[in-house]
Ligand binder design. Structure first.
Ligand code: PEP
Length: 244
């Protein structure tokens, strides 16, 4: 199984998310060898999940780690699960670097998503500064250690997305050869903590023109797409290029 995930971030409001979901359904892009999921705003999650149910899965962009209680403003993993969500992202770089989430926070989210029965997409990646200081492997190894050491999970419950921070939303995608090298490293680091197969996706400025250079590589289990997934034509072209 390979994966195409679309993170709609805060690009689309409720109405636009529902419109995009309705348009995607009409494209009839279902394929049994490729799992497609979109990550809409929480406001539209229920409607988008209901619209896409026969075609694509949905996932939360983020969820709070307490499951219930006096946590003003939060939505728990369990709540997303209850309305039909399949996935949730943990540790997206925008959560880490804009909202200050630490590896400890990310780990707490991973555990709460697993408890709730959501498949967890753990996002990791080096910053530009890490890359310039030859610290990319150090950063990835640390994020993997904190996410996986002693973690109890079954095969199929976790996917990792390798998303170099310098490639996200910049149009400066990682060279496929470099993504392969990093993903090879990531898989060998994860193997230190778990015998389970953990698929690893590439994310960072993926579009309809470059998607195949990642997707066609055996070691890359799919792509996590941000900006281009929030536009009907770009996202359908990405999917069609992969499926043809
Ligand atoms: C992302 O936000 O996960 C992402 C990969 O964004 P973009 O495709 O816009 O770089």
């Amino acid at each position: 199984m390979k994966y195409i995930f679309g993170n709609w971030k805060m690009y689309l409001d409720y109405k636009q998310s529902v419109e995009l979901a309705n348009s995607l359904v009409k494209e009839n892009l279902k394929n049994e060898n490729v799992e497609i999921a979109v990550f809409p705003t929480a406001l539209a999650m229920k409607d988008v999940t209901d619209i896409l149910q026969e075609n694509f899965k949905t996932g939360a962009q983020d969820a709070g780690h307490p499951s219930k209680g006096a946590y003003t403003g939060m939505i728990s993993a369990e709540m997303y699960k209850n309305i039909g969500c399949t996935y949730a992202l943990a540790g997206h770089s925008e959560r880490r670097y804009i909202f200050g989430e630490t590896n400890k926070d990310v780990r707490a989210k991973i555990e709460s998503y697993l408890d709730a029965g959501l498949k967890t997409v753990v996002c990791i990646g080096e910053t530009e500064q890490d890359r310039n200081n030859d610290k990319a492997r150090y950063r990835l190894a640390k994020q993997i250690l904190r996410a996986f050491e002693g973690l109890n999970f079954k095969e199929g419950q976790i996917i990792v997305a390798y998303e170099p921070v310098w490639a996200i939303g910049t149009g400066n995608a990682c060279l496929p050869a470099d993504a392969i090298d990093r993903i090879d490293f990531i898989k060998s680091e994860i193997a230190k903590y778990s015998q389970n197969i953990v698929p690893v996706l590439y994310g960072g400025s993926v579009d309809e023109n470059n998607v195949l250079s990642y997707f066609s590589e055996d070691i890359i289990d799919g792509v996590l797409v941000g900006g281009a997934s929030a536009k009907l034509d770009n996202f359908t072209d990405i999917i069609k290029n992969v499926l043809k």
